[in-house]
Design a protein around this ligand. Structure first.
Ligand SMILES: [Zn+2]
Ligand SMILES: [Zn+2]
Length: 268
């Protein structure tokens, strides 16, 4: 219902202070006067009610307990805040997918708004930067501990990648000329898990070492071609003064997956 004086919004935003002024010039003011029990000859603002009955719980509560809603004649929702919240929660519980989608969209819109402001507003940018720096400084130890805990979990969850990364890290630390992203599993599959030193299959996958054929210390690269499967024990028992692997590979044929057999004639 519109009372013939501008938009309802004008009335509700103005509340008591300007309602009177509006009413004096309003042609349809009688409705409002009647609604609030006023004599329409009164030249003063009507006294607006301070309580209201909730349509859901049917209790009379103070206006402060109703959500603002400028689309309603008196500027407040018909349901009290607690009834409105209850209804919202009930609806959300019954429409989980919809609620998830709504939250996602809301978060995306907020992020987009902040990003736009971040790019357009240099002051805001500086402010955010200073805040972040202060936060980092104040929580240095916490953040460090959090990062370590996260990394520990990541290593547990990605053991294969962790081994790949640590291999690359060691090679880079030893100043290898070339460090590839070597897939350990692919090298093991290529070598059929056979130790290039003793020629036997490595039974325990955890005991597999990837050995640089030309050691990184001798200028070898960290590449799949320069890596070969070895028993951890075989790899570690040889010192740096071993027979160069590439020479050994020339002298001995590529090991076969089956058990090494002798050259003797099979007995019949
Ligand atoms: Zn209520
Ligand atoms: Zn071996």
């Amino acid at each position: 219902m519109i009372y013939g004086i501008g938009t309802p919004k004008m009335i509700y935003l103005g509340e008591q202070r300007c309602a009177g002024a509006l009413l004096q010039t309003a042609s349809g003011a009688t409705d409002l006067f009647r609604r609030y029990g006023m004599d329409h000859h009164t030249q003063h603002a009507p006294t607006l009610p301070t309580t209201k009955r909730c349509t859901a719980c049917v209790q009379t509560k103070s206006l402060a307990e109703f959500p603002r809603n400028c689309g309603r004649p008196d500027g407040y929702d018909s349901r009290c805040k607690s009834c409105r919240d209850h209804a919202k929660r009930t609806f959300a519980a019954a429409n989980l997918d919809r609620e998830r989608e709504r939250k996602k969209q809301y978060a995306a819109a907020t992020k987009a708004r902040m990003l736009r402001r971040y790019h357009e507003d240099a002051t805001y940018r500086a402010e955010l930067g200073a805040k972040a720096r202060a936060r980092r400084l104040a929580h240095l130890d916490t953040y460090r501990a959090e990062r370590r805990a996260y990394q520990r979990l990541w290593r547990q969850a990605n053991p294969a990648k962790n081994l790949d990364f640590s291999g690359q890290y060691r090679a880079r630390k030893m100043a290898a000329a070339r460090v590839d992203k070597v897939d350990r599993a692919a090298v093991i599959a290529r070598d059929r898990a056979i130790c290039h030193i003793c020629g036997k299959r490595v039974l325990d996958p955890k005991a597999i070492h990837l050995d640089h054929l030309v050691p990184v210390s001798k200028g070898g690269d960290h590449t799949a071609n320069n890596l070969a499967v070895a028993h951890a024990s075989c790899n570690l028992s040889r010192g740096a003064g071993r027979i160069p692997a590439q020479l050994r590979l020339l002298l001995t044929p590529t090991p076969e997956p089956c058990e090494p057999h002798s050259d003797a004639e099979p007995s019949r």
